[in-house]
Design a protein around this ligand. Structure first.
Ligand code: QAP
Ligand code: CO
Length: 189
């Protein structure tokens, strides 16, 4: 059983390769991602590179189970990148904090497109079959986060400029965390 690749690892910075056909290799890779996501605590999504798989696929947890996205793309966006807000009981709005299984305990505020048209392929009867759908809000955020992984882009890259956007869960509360300190680990190798 593979383990999730943690930051800082060069693997997370590589560009993943297009998937051309359905074969046993692809099936093994999908199994691997599904198992890792199932076993993760509170995991919502996992991309190939996070399992050491340098290929363009990711998996997302949905109400009905885990969905596989192959060769995902954003075909179109609407509006500007903005912070995704969530509404608490009582109507209080707050920033949604993004997490990543390769950064356990770290969360950040990231501006994303909240309305996208996405395309990808799924496996159907042993073949790759194209899909296309409009995604809104949380779904758009998670799709984009996972697609970024396939291009070596990490959520912390977006919080670089502003220290107040990254947080670490200390077991009881979120505490502000300097992004520069995290990124310095990567430079040190
Ligand atoms: C999906 O992130 C995602 O640090 C990937 O202590 C993308 O599943 C979710 C997690 C964008 C939200 C926005 C992270 C769980 C899970 C942690 C995850 C942790 C426990 C992260
Ligand atoms: Co991630």
């Amino acid at each position: 059983m593979k383990k999730i690749v943690l930051f800082p690892s060069k693997i997370l910075r590589q560009r993943a390769e297009e998937i051309k056909r359905v074969d046993s290799r692809l099936k093994n890779e999908i199994d691997c991602l599904v198992k890792l996501l199932e076993q993760s605590e509170n995991g919502a999504g996992l991309a190939g590179p996070q399992a050491g798989i340098k290929r363009r696929l990711f998996v997302l947890k949905k109400r009905g189970g885990i969905e596989v996205f192959i060769n995902p793309k954003i075909e179109r966006t609407w509006g500007r990148r903005q912070y995704f807000m969530i509404e608490r009981e009582g109507g209080q709005r707050e920033y949604f904090l993004e997490g990543c299984l390769s950064f356990p305990g770290f969360f950040g505020r990231v501006k994303r497109y909240l309305q996208i048209e996405a395309s990808w392929a799924k496996v159907e009867e042993g073949k790759l079959v194209g899909q296309r759908r409009k995604l809104l809000g949380f779904e758009a955020v998670v799709f984009t986060h996972e697609l970024d992984h396939l291009n070596g882009v990490l959520f912390v890259d977006y919080v670089k400029g502003d220290k107040s956007k990254l947080f670490r869960w200390d077991g009881e509360k979120m505490v502000r965390w300097p992004v520069a300190e995290l990124l310095a680990k990567e430079k040190a190798g």
